[in-house]
Design a protein around this ligand. Structure first.
Ligand SMILES: [Zn+2]
Length: 340
């Protein structure tokens, strides 16, 4: 996962205040604009059609352990190739789209490989669930394995595939996206080091390529929602409410979490996060980033060699996986979905 780490607590506080002010202003404007309009109806969510979904956290964690054993997975590395093959080996028999291209990065040209597994539904439209699987390139010469950052959500998506495979979905098609080259190639401009680059210009290579391709071939307009998972394996699970994300979709996530009794792990803190959902948001696709950006006290494990499997918990993977499955179930039956 990448994000401007340089935002100090004070600056972040300021940013949140500004955002809050903006929102108050927006609310006031909306109230003025809607004074003569019909009253807005409260969203009512469809009832559950059956017993709650339950992702298998132990199985998901085993996938993460397998992935981490390959070592660092930066672009162009042996570990990267191994994790590509590992993901593919678990999708045998599924409908898989490989999106391969060459990315021109500040560190040179690299092959990039997005993997998309498609599980068809009866409704017209697609729900995307995404995770990046690469690890940070500037850390490639360290023992950094990204157990949480890249590993946890990659393993979780493999577990979600087990729940989607071989079933006739009574709802939207669900596509699982393991996207590549999310991480920055240069230090991300937050550490005051030489040769840094702003992360907006040096990250999200894989997902941006996919969004452009799907825009061109008409796929993107069929996408009803993107649920992105990143850094969701922390044993101390606190998923942020990201201010970039689409608020009605965050509300669906919270409804799903509440139905399963996991709401205390969601949205206790509000943050502005730049991640793989941004290219989708720019094209008007409702998107939510499920990320716990407090990994170790004050996020001290993030992008360090301390990001190891012992910091993760199968329960966190089970919680996030189950909430994603429940959210899909709610989205399947929400008529109509809120406007983009
Ligand atoms: Zn990262």
């Amino acid at each position: 996962m990448m994000r401007a780490k340089a935002v100090s607590v004070t600056l972040l506080g300021l940013a949140l205040v500004i955002l809050a002010c903006d929102r108050d202003q927006e609310r006031a404007q909306n109230q003025n604009a809607s004074a003569n309009a019909a009253p807005v109806q409260a969203v009512s969510y469809p009832p559950d059609p059956g017993p709650p979904p339950a992702a298998d956290g132990d199985r998901a964690l085993q996938y993460v352990k397998d992935i981490v054993k390959f070592g660092p997975r930066p672009l162009g590395s042996e570990g990267h190739k191994k994790v590509e093959d590992y993901i593919d080996s678990h999708l045998k028999g599924d409908d898989v789209e490989d999106d391969t291209f060459t990315a021109d990065t500040p560190e040179g040209k690299f092959p990039v490989h997005n993997i998309v597994a498609k599980y068809p539904g009866t409704k017209d439209g697609i729900i995307l669930i995404a995770s990046h699987y690469d690890t940070n390139y500037p850390l490639r010469k360290t023992s950094f394995v990204g157990a949480n950052d890249g590993g946890s959500s990659t393993g979780l998506l493999l577990e979600l595939a087990n729940h989607l495979r071989g079933k006739q979905r009574d709802g939207y098609s669900v596509w699982l996206v393991w996207d590549d080259a999310e991480e920055a190639m240069k230090p991300d401009g937050s550490g005051g080091l030489p040769n840094e680059m702003p992360f907006e210009k040096d990250s999200l290579y894989g997902i941006t390529h996919l969004v452009d391709k799907w825009q061109a071939d008409g796929t993107l307009k069929k996408v009803k929602a993107l649920i992105l998972a990143d850094m969701i394996g922390d044993a101390d699970l606190n998923v942020e409410r990201d201010t970039h994300s689409t608020s009605w979709l965050e509300d669906v996530i919270y409804e799903a979490a509440t139905r399963l009794g996991y709401q205390s792990h969601f949205f206790g803190r509000q943050l502005e996060v730049s991640d793989d959902h941004v290219p989708f948001l720019k094209r008007g696709v409702p998107s939510v980033d499920l990320i716990d950006f407090n990994y170790g006290y004050n996020d001290t494990y993030w992008h360090t060699t301390q990001d190891t499997v012992d910091k993760l918990s199968p329960r966190s993977l089970q919680i996030v996986g189950s909430v994603i499955l429940e959210s899909i179930r709610i989205l399947d039956k929400m008529e109509p979905l809120p406007p983009k």
